[in-house]
Design a protein around this ligand. Structure first.
Ligand SMILES: O=C[C@H](O)[C@H](O)[C@H](O)COP(=O)(O)O
Length: 240
């Protein structure tokens, strides 16, 4: 992962977010992801709703994105009230050249995966520092049911996954929008993402994990100069 200063990173995130806003057209049902890059996207979409009369319905992957969108005049619908989502735009923590990604830095991976699994198309917006040869340097978030979670932690420790219970800024155990906890796995590199994905999802107590393997259709990468679009013509999400 290349390192860039946070001012440049925010500029590149914003450029990717503004570019991706062009994908949203009148009448669409649009999945809205979570995280700081999506916050910039939602700001831009809110501006287009208010100033240009853009008319679409959002389906949110988190309570915070729903609140932000509604405060900007974007209509938000419940996932169970719609048949399918035309397009979902979300952030990511790392993406490799096989379009394998890590998500969940903000703890929203479970709802994000449900929304992605019910979308015709998935687009990620990232800055250039998140494009890597191999995913894994970013801690992998695993969403875990609190009941019995000590045993899941122990199994992950025994497997050499270096799990850490996520805490919030006040040092309290972080809770997801579903009231679950997050175990962050400090793996450094992931040699076989499919094998790891299967091992994690088959651990009783694991609700979902932040590996999104070959699931994304396009990645809009904020780069110095102009955003670049990576197209995955062979997307084949394992979770559908
Ligand atoms: O749980 C959070 C999400 O997966 C985010 O989309 C991801 O962590 C990227 O976040 P950011 O845009 O803040 O870097």
């Amino acid at each position: 992962m290349s390192t860039i200063n946070s001012e440049l990173q925010n500029k590149l995130k914003k450029a990717a977010a503004v570019k991706a806003a062009d994908y949203v057209k009148d009448g669409m049902i649009v999945g809205l992801g979570s995280g700081s890059t999506v916050t910039m996207l939602v700001d831009e979409l809110g501006r287009r709703v208010q100033e240009d009369g853009l008319n679409f319905t959002g389906v949110s992957t988190s309570i915070s994105t729903a609140k932000q969108a509604e405060s900007l005049g974007i209509k938000i619908s419940d996932l169970d009230s719609i048949d399918t989502i035309d397009l979902t735009i979300d952030g990511a923590d790392q993406v490799d050249s096989d379009f394998n990604g890590i998500k969940g830095g903000g703890g929203n991976l479970f709802w994000e995966k449900i929304v992605a699994a019910n979308s015709k198309k998935l687009i990620w917006i990232v800055d250039q520092s998140k494009i890597v040869d191999r995913i894994g340097a970013f801690p992998l978030a695993v969403d875990v049911e609190p009941f019995g979670s000590h045993h899941v932690l122990k199994k992950f420790s025994d497997a050499g996954f270096n799990p850490v219970v996520r805490t919030d800024k006040n040092g309290k155990i972080f809770k997801t929008d579903s009231n679950n906890i997050i175990l962050d796995l400090h793996l450094h590199k992931i040699n076989d993402p499919d094998k790891l994905s299967n091992a994690l999802i088959n651990t009783v107590g694991v609700v979902e994990h932040g590996l999104f393997l070959n699931a994304v259709n396009e990645v809009v990468v904020g780069k110095e100069g102009a955003p670049q679009i990576m197209i995955n013509s062979k997307a084949h999400p394992s979770y559908q």
